[in-house]
Design a protein around this ligand. Structure first.
Ligand code: TMP
Length: 248
């Protein structure tokens, strides 16, 4: 069996480090303990958050792989790291919303909590720190030469599929999937795969019974009072993911 050898640091982001490996087609993703919001202006360390996040992501990506979704995830290799396929990332963030919340509620001046139809609403954000990741539409993305119509349509169809899979899955854990952000990349054959992460940092999760927020939102809104708040949320999500039987 070929063993993975970690090589040089390729890139360090706000919450992750990416390393090259001895295989040019594979990378190692290392989850840090930093939690950030406001495009990195707020940045705090929560001890062991990266370990929990690695475990949550491993669980969700393994589940999506088992459902036939193409993802970058290969395997978890230790408590903070996973082996993934090396992709050329598409510099767009795709948000799918099932319930109005966050920036959509603010932008349109509507109340949080309004349900959207079963397909949800997809929004595209252009990943550009200087511009603070503006909301753009399909035509902007194509004009900027980031992506083609065919690729966009393919991503939309995959997102709807992922939404149906994850909505059901989280509901069986008594969690409402309010919205989530996905990122995609291309391999050397130009095939598109799901990449990045799916976690309380990139999704809104509400408890089905109490409607308590089980995600990063309280941190974004400065509502967390102590270290334990955030770590508790990650542990609660992990506990529910590992809980086999359906709550329904
Ligand atoms: P928003 O309501 O702030 O636009 O966020 C929509 C979803 O996207 C929410 O689940 C959080 C996630 N998200 C990220 O993962 N990264 C980001 O930079 C932003 C702005 C949102």
């Amino acid at each position: 069996m070929n063993s993975v050898i970690k090589k040089n640091l390729l890139i360090e982001g706000k919450t992750k480090k990416i390393y090259c490996t001895n295989n040019p087609f594979e990378i190692i993703i290392h989850y840090k303990d930093n939690l950030t919001s406001l495009n990195g202006k707020k940045n705090e360390i929560y001890q062991d958050k990266g370990i929990l996040n690695n475990e949550i992501n491993t669980h969700i990506f393994q589940f999506l792989n088992s459902c036939g979704i193409n993802t970058h995830f290969i395997k978890r290799i230790n408590n903070r790291e996973q082996l993934c396929m090396k992709l050329k990332m598409i510099p767009l963030e795709f948000v799918l919303r099932n319930i109005v919340s966050g920036s959509m509620a603010q932008r349109l001046g509507i109340e949080e909590g309004i349900k959207i139809n079963k397909n949800g609403i997809i929004e595209i954000f252009y990943k550009n720190d200087q511009l603070q990741d503006p909301l753009i539409n399909d035509h902007h993305a194509i004009f900027l030469d980031i992506i083609s119509y065919e690729e966009l349509n393919y991503i939309y169809s995959i997102m709807k599929k992922i939404n149906n899979i994850l909505k059901q899955y989280f509901l069986s854990k008594n969690i409402i999937l309010v919205d989530f952000k996905l990122e995609f990349g291309k391999n050397t054959n130009n095939e598109i795969s799901l990449a990045d992460e799916i976690s309380p940092e990139t999704c809104r999760f509400w408890d089905k019974i109490t409607m308590k927020k089980l995600d990063k939102d309280p941190f974004r809104k400065n509502l967390t009072t102590k270290h334990i708040d955030i770590i508790d949320v990650y542990m609660e999500i992990l506990k529910r993911l590992h809980h086999n039987s359906s709550y329904q």
